[in-house]
Ligand binder design. Structure first.
Ligand code: CP
Ligand code: NVA
Length: 305
């Protein structure tokens, strides 16, 4: 694996491989066993959008692996003043060992990988959020012990999270149902990909139908970063696309709830459901650290024998 650009690029085996290493790193981390697998290496972290989890988990993860991370904000880099990403890629490749980037266009991430000569990790674009979905899959397997035979239901905006979850969950063998308003469906290439899975994929505009017998319920904000001007329009469009008691009653009695965070209580999820499933949601947040350490080890070398 050279880069992590999107879930569509990964095979089932590569995903499971990352998750296995993430489980191992988590166990070792909890037991005080340190592996400086990236000793002497530097990760540049380019942020063109805000972040709490991604920034802190990458920076801490890199430190735990014996390397260091540089926080490169859009406000400080020349990229923010228009220096082409193709040039930035070639310059950074001469100083550092890997790049994590959070930005708007997926093309920018793909260009960084094409023009640079070091691994690139996608820390979220408008199209996808693969690091988050690897942590989500890790959490599902941790709580449920398997993927086969499980049904994941996503309710809300057909955004970066929906795009990555659909692909990731189908690839590992889960059934996927999605409820979103007609005008906010996931990306065309994701729907094309999902079509190949036949009855294992179901999309509707009815949250209740999608939630039927679900083992895992996911949602995300109605307004993603960069869409703030549409907030009011989106509040109207997504009314009813909420994980609440009625939705929980339609799912399996032992259904778990996941949210990538930040969450807006009273919008995509009620405060009651959020708090009742806080253990699962914050384990998911913790797993960002372990899953990303596994990704960095895979793409930046130094994998354990
Ligand atoms: N879930 C997630 O990516 O969180 P941040 O935006 O805080 O990084
Ligand atoms: N869909 C959200 C995810 C945040 C982690 C956004 O892009 O803002």
């Amino acid at each position: 694996m050279n880069h992590l650009l999107k879930m569509l690029d990964l095979s089932k085996e590569e995903i499971v491989d990352i998750l296995n290493l993430a489980d191992q790193l988590k166990y070792e981390n909890k037991n005080g066993i340190q592996h400086h697998l990236l000793k002497g290496k530097t990760l540049g972290m380019i942020f063109q959008k805000s972040s709490t989890r991604t920034r802190v988990s990458f920076e801490t993860g890199m430190y735990q692996l014996g390397g260091q991370a540089l926080f490169l904000s859009n406000r400080d880099l020349q990229i923010g003043r228009g220096e082409p990403v193709q040039d930035t890629a070639r310059v950074l490749s001469r100083y550092i060992d890997g790049i994590m980037i959070r930005t708007f266009e997926q093309k920018e991430v793909e260009d960084l990988a094409e023009y640079g000569s070091i691994p690139v990790i996608n820390g979220l674009t408008d199209f996808c959020h693969p690091c988050q979905v690897l942590a989500d899959l890790m959490t599902i397997r941790e709580f449920k012990g398997r993927f086969d035979g499980l049904k994941m239901c996503y309710i809300g905006d057909g955004n970066n999270m929906a795009n990555s979850l659909i692909v990731g969950c189908l690839k590992v063998g889960m059934e996927v149902s999605v409820a979103c308003p007609e005008d906010y469906r996931p990306a065309r290439e994701v729907l094309e990909f999902a079509k190949k899975y036949g009855e294992k994929f179901f999309i509707t505009d009815s949250p209740l139908k999608a939630a039927e017998n679900a083992d895992v319920l996911f949602t995300d904000v109605w307004t993603s970063m960069g869409e703030e001007a549409e907030t009011e329009k989106r509040k109207a469009a997504f009314k009813g696309y909420q994980i609440n008691d009625e939705i929980m009653a339609a799912a399996k009695p032992d259904a778990m709830v996941q949210h990538c965070l930040p969450a807006h209580r009273g919008e995509e999820i009620t405060a009651e459901v959020f708090e009742a499933h806080a253990d699962e949601i914050f384990e998911e947040a913790e797993n960002r650290l372990h899953a990303q350490k596994a990704v960095m080890v895979k793409v930046m070398g130094g994998e354990k024998e």
